[in-house]
Design a protein around this ligand. Structure first.
Ligand code: NOJ
Length: 879
């Protein structure tokens, strides 16, 4: 327990692109040392005056100042796995009318319930590049959660970012680009919280693959490792790439952040003081609470002083009945191991987030469902089968959300190829729909728990970031309905291996085949056909590539639709003349068939790719670590590529079309229904005042302690019925020794036990880059306003997504990075519209490792505007 939060060895924290970290291929036996995460203490306390949080903190103070120590501990500690109705539940304060908060997944809708909607996944929503749709999606998802009684939504996922193209959970987030991810995450948060639920930005941070994210899980698939993966990342890359979306989340006022499973520089995410204390609460001024991922906590006092505010699901290991917090936290505060102010701060942060989204204690809704059964009656405490009650009220919370889901699924579909206007379809004479991915799962849309299979059409990935379908419109279903309206002859073969029948069908005169194929991935606790969360390769599933090649070899009008969680390899067939159109339909949620039909028939405009389509697995330059590389210790995954992931990498190694390893479809690419011309780039300088680092000190740690030292008062009360396995804040006995807590470290003083500074409650110097809502507020100063004219030069109404890229200049920097975009809708033929974007100080800054601050370097800076990361007709130098 002691060693796990005190960093042991020194090295890679300061490695930079110039002074690269060792690669994951290096023989670790020969490494001098492992990457290191420096200690940062004490844990920054709340700033009750942070703009946007004042009212929430004043309400929190009124509430929390009435709480006893036991009640404070109760709201920080989960009651245990499956111990209450929600995926996560903390204890309540019955005396004051607060029931335990309910935490529920997730990023695309409600997990484990009924009469709820399955929204498009993050990556499909991301591909729409539509701020309006993100906000609307967040609001609608939030309303559903609210109406089921959920207090805290476990989403959005803004990490994994997508360092590894085959990373299992990339689809839960919006894009591999930090700027796009941040923008989509922030709007989702605004929407969710506007609906009155606390949003949780997750997973903090660098949780980029499923393999080895948890040592016990890895043991389950045959790798005996003692500790979880360490993702080793340098300070510059951390700030400029992986932390970027979290800054946006904090800036948007997110109430909760979930720390991640794996280690970062050999310190676990949920006890990493550099990241939680230093970056999140120090630099970013995060005023909400940090929640542990499920079983991601590994220490008690150590995680408390490193900045963790809520443990989930509360037990150390599911259903163990033991907790790092609960009674242990009570005792730790009483004996001074954890400072009183830290517990007060946890409670204040949790309640402030709760009040910030407009919730009240008086009107807290009842939870009207259970995650653990669909029966009307069941056990409240499912894990131990106690308290039989009505759990499910089958409340239909879907409202009119299907309309949004359909639109968002369509607008997040990317048109990658469209030869000679093959699309949109216009009352075709004869459609032949081919492939299992067009049809249903024979076990029903929820046939596989947590969607852990690949049968029928793929509308979401698998894992905790899923929901139960109330229905799933398959492409076959929707296209057939359309065909009936148009008097189109329609036949579908929903089997990838029925070649004879398929050949007989698609070779008939006039047949337009639409081949549906897919490739899935998900969370590491489910293995689908050898894909342990992360994909094992980048090819299409179930013979998909062969199916496309076979159909297109005999039919010159073949259309391909791919439902995939990310990029797949299309090299073998994309440039075939017989393939007239290619669509990436992402993972679109319950309206899948309607969404794709709206695109195929041109009723909606398509989106743009939120990642690059490379020609091979290797072309991405980064990979999942599939085998441990550090003996039985923590596998070491060095992010030695720095910022060079996805297009930043491709632009560096293969800048031109035709270069070896150049993208097939670049980041930001996607066709529309027309052609657009870009002209009149105008760049107006605005705010040019110099940047002032933040100075001064915090106030001293506020505390509402006054705890009685009498241990008798904390002992399990005789009048409470003890539920087995349930995690309580009470002590077992009043003897203040080992017995009371089972804490083996008892006997050490707090100073001996904790890192230097961990107990300090005196005023602390402010970090030079810090500010209350994501960092120094001058980072959001607008330095330039950019405008460009976009003209529809074709014959059809269509949406366009102008993109603004900036080159920050200097050695070791990416060629360019995304710094602005807009989705301009329904531009009429012949009409021009103005694209506008602001470039902020933050957009032009690099992280200076030695200054520990953002700086605008003296390097020349260029701005580009165009329709993708590689099609940038407008360019200007910034003065
Ligand atoms: C683990 C996942 O990593 C996290 O995203 C999820 O919210 C929790 N499980 C709860 O299901």
């Amino acid at each position: 327990m002691r060693a796990s939060f005190v960093p042991l060895v020194l090295a890679a924290w300061l490695c930079t692109p110039a002074n690269a970290c060792p690669s994951s291929q290096v023989n670790l036996e020969t490494r001098d040392s492992l990457a290191y995460s420096p200690p940062v203490y004490p844990s920054p306390w709340m700033n009750a005056k942070a703009p946007g949080w004042e009212e929430a903190y004043s309400k929190a103070k009124d509430f929390v100042s009435q709480l006893t120590l036991l009640e404070k501990v109760n709201i920080t500690t989960g009651v245990g796995w499956m111990a209450e109705r929600c995926v996560g539940n903390v204890g309540g304060v019955p005396r004051l009318g607060l029931r335990g908060l309910c935490m529920q997944d997730g990023p695309l809708g409600i997990r484990f319930s009924d009469y709820t909607s399955a929204f498009p996944t993050g990556v499909t929503a991301g591909a729409s590049w539509s701020r309006d749709l993100w906000l609307e999606r967040g609001y609608k998802m939030g309303s559903e959660q609210r109406d089921k009684g959920v207090d805290v939504v476990l989403g959005p996922a803004i990490g994994a970012l997508g360092r590894n193209a085959m990373g299992g959970r990339n689809w839960e987030g919006f894009s591999v680009d930090p700027y796009l991810m941040g923008a989509a995450g922030a709007d989702t948060i605004r929407g969710l919280q506007k609906a009155g639920v606390v949003a949780t930005a997750k997973h903090f941070i660098a949780n980029e693959q499923e393999h080895f994210r948890q040592a016990p899980e890895a043991v389950g698939y045959g790798f005996n490792i003692s500790e979880s993966l360490s993702t080793n990342i340098d300070d510059k890359t951390l700030h400029e790439v992986y932390n970027w979306p979290f800054v946006d989340a904090v800036h948007a006022g997110v109430g909760a952040i979930m720390c991640s499973y794996q280690q970062i520089n050999n310190s676990y995410g949920c006890q990493n003081s550099k990241l939680m204390n230093g970056v999140l609460k120090g630099e970013l001024g995060f005023q909400g609470f940090v929640m542990a991922d499920w079983q991601a906590q590994h220490t008690g006092a150590g995680s408390a002083v490193a900045g963790l505010d809520m443990t989930m699901p509360g037990d150390t290991v599911f259903n163990s009945g033991a907790s790092y917090w609960g009674s242990n936290l009570t005792l730790a505060v009483l004996n001074g191991t954890v400072p009183e102010y830290r517990l007060d701060d946890m409670a204040m942060r949790i309640m402030a987030a709760y009040f910030k989204v407009g919730r009240t204690v008086e009107d807290q809704p009842d939870i009207n469902f259970s995650s653990w059964t669909r029966d009307t009656y069941g056990y409240v405490h499912a894990a131990v089968e106690e308290n039989w009650e009505q759990l499910n009220y089958q409340v239909d919370v879907r409202g009119d959300h299907a309309t949004h889901i359909r639109e968002s699924g369509a607008k997040g579909t990317v048109l990658l190829k469209n030869k000679d206007g093959a699309l949109p379809l216009k009352e075709p004479k004869f459609l032949a729909v081919i492939g299992e991915d067009a049809g249903p799962n024979s076990q029903g849309p929820n046939g596989c728990p947590d969607r852990g299979c690949a049968d029928g059409t793929l509308a979401m990935g698998w894992g905790s970031g899923t929901s139960e379908f109330s229905y799933l419109i398959t492409p076959d279903n929707a296209l057939q309905r359309q065909a009936l309206r148009d008097d189109t002859r329609y036949e579908s073969i929903l089997n990838n291996y029925a070649w004879e029948r398929t050949e007989a069908l698609v070779s008939q005169p006039g047949a337009i085949p639409i081949v549906f194929v897919n490739a899935g991935s998900g969370e590491g606790y489910i293995n689908v056909d050898g894909n342990r969360g992360d994909r094992k390769n980048m090819t299409l599933w179930k013979n998909g590539d062969e199916l496309i090649k076979n159909v297109s070899s005999i039919n010159p009008n073949t259309i391909v639709v791919m439902h995939t969680v990310g990029p797949v390899l299309v090299n073998d067939w994309y440039d075939s003349d017989n393939i007239t159109a290619i669509l990436w339909a992402g993972v679109p949620g319950q309206e899948s068939g309607n969404s794709i039909t709206d695109i195929l028939y041109g009723r909606e405009s398509p989106g743009r790719s939120p990642f690059t389509w490379g020609p091979s697995e290797e072309s991405y330059g980064t990979e999942v670590l599939y085998k441990p590389n550090n003996g039985g210790g923590a596998p070491q995954q060095d992010f030695s590529e720095g910022a060079f992931i996805d297009y930043r990498h491709f632009d560096k190694v293969a800048p031109n079309k035709g270069d070896k390893g150049a993208p097939i479809y670049e980041f930001g690419f996607g066709l529309s229904w027309t052609t657009f011309e870009y002209s009149n780039l105008v760049v107006k300088p605005r705010h040019q005042k110099p940047y002032k680092p933040t100075e001064g000190k915090t106030k001293k740690a506020p505390s509402w302690g006054n705890y009685s030292p009498n241990l008798e008062e904390y002992v399990f009360p005789g009048n409470v019925r003890r539920i087995d396995q349930f995690i309580y804040p009470y002590l077992n006995t009043a003897s203040s020794g080992k017995e009371a807590s089972n804490d083996t470290s008892y006997g050490q003083t707090a100073e001996e036990f904790l890192p230097p500074g961990a107990l300090d409650g005196k005023p602390q110097p402010l970090h030079p880059a810090s500010g209350p809502n994501g960092g120094n507020s001058q980072l959001w100063d607008v330095m330039y306003e950019v405008e460009a004219t976009i003209t529809n030069t074709g014959k059809t109404i269509s949406d366009e997504v102008p993109q603004l890229y900036v080159s920050l200049g200097g050695e070791g920097e990416p060629v360019r990075v995304l710094r602005g975009f807009d989705r301009l809708e329904r531009i009429q033929p012949g009409k021009s519209v103005t694209f506008r974007a602001d470039i902020t100080r933050r957009d032009l800054s690099n992280w200076d490792v030695s200054k520990q601050n953002w700086v605008i370097t003296k390097e020349p800076k260029t701005v580009w505007v165009g329709s993708s990361s590689r099609n940038l007709p407008l360019k200007a130098e910034l003065q």
